[in-house]
Design a protein around this ligand. Structure first.
Ligand code: GLP
Length: 242
């Protein structure tokens, strides 16, 4: 594991964008796995800037989002599709057909899970996966549980996750109770993983993730088993000796 320290969220966004831009420059046809949430917003901002300055291009890349809320159509203001349009898709040169996300409003969610996994497989799987970290240790929307799902599936969100994500919604009652998420197997099959973590309130869960037991109760702890994990955080961990 490589641990990169950023002094603040702004620097974290810049460093993350540079890290991703380097991967795109090395492999323009990159299959890139992408997260939502507050943490990656700075990264998207700087990737948009680098694209507008002509320093990076996504024309040959494909992106796959980690997750979407069940029940929200892509046009819903709080859908992750809207988030991606606002922060990334609408600001870079990624062709529309190359931006993949699950349909939260699919009539048959099981079929939607299969469709998404088939698209992932057709793309050859994820090359580089960018992740955020939930306060309870979730990645994508793979919540703490007795078992972890390998492929795309529908999940019941925990009360903790609903509360943590409520600030994106008008009120907590509007937060959907379910989501559709890429599975842990698809994430772990990525050649490289970049985990972004911001804020002192994530220090405890980041320590558990990186140095605690590997357990389904902290889904992100499985990342300890990944061969090429980079952690980029604005958090000082005693275990890192920094
Ligand atoms: C949501 C997303 C996760 C993300 C997490 C953390 O639950 N499904 O992919 O990592 O939020 O979000 P934030 O960066 O806002 O703390």
């Amino acid at each position: 594991m490589e641990y990169l320290f950023a002094t603040d969220p702004q620097q974290l966004g810049q460093m993350a964008a540079r890290w991703v831009a380097r991967e795109i420059l090395l492999q323009p046809e990159l299959v890139l796995g992408l997260p939502t949430g507050s943490t990656p917003i700075g990264m998207y901002h700087h990737l948009a800037r680098l694209t507008q300055e002509g320093l990076v291009s996504f024309t040959k890349a494909q992106t796959f989002n980690l997750d979407e809320y069940v029940g929200l159509a892509p046009g819903h203001p709080q859908s992750y599709a809207s988030f991606m349009r606002e922060h990334f898709w609408g600001k870079v040169d990624l062709p529309a057909g190359s931006a993949h996300i699950q349909r939260g409003d699919a009539a048959d969610m099981e079929a939607e899970c299969s469709r998404y996994d088939a698209a992932l497989e057709q793309a050859g799987g994820i090359d580089v996966q960018v992740l955020g970290l939930g306060l309870n240790g979730h990645i994508g929307f793979n919540e703490p549980s007795h078992n972890l799902e390998i492929r795309t599936h529908v999940v019941d969100l925990t009360p903790e996750t609903i509360k943590a994500n409520a600030h994106f919604f008008p009120d907590i009652a509007s937060v959907p109770s379910q989501a559709i998420t890429m599975g842990i197997g698809s994430i772990m099959q990525a050649r490289k993983i970049l985990l972004l973590v911001s804020g002192e309130n994530k220090k405890e869960i980041l320590t558990k993730t990186l140095f605690g037991p590997v357990t389904t109760e902290v889904p992100a702890s499985i990342l300890q088993l990944h061969a090429d994990l980079t952690v980029l955080a604005d958090i000082l961990l005693e275990e890192q000796g920094i």
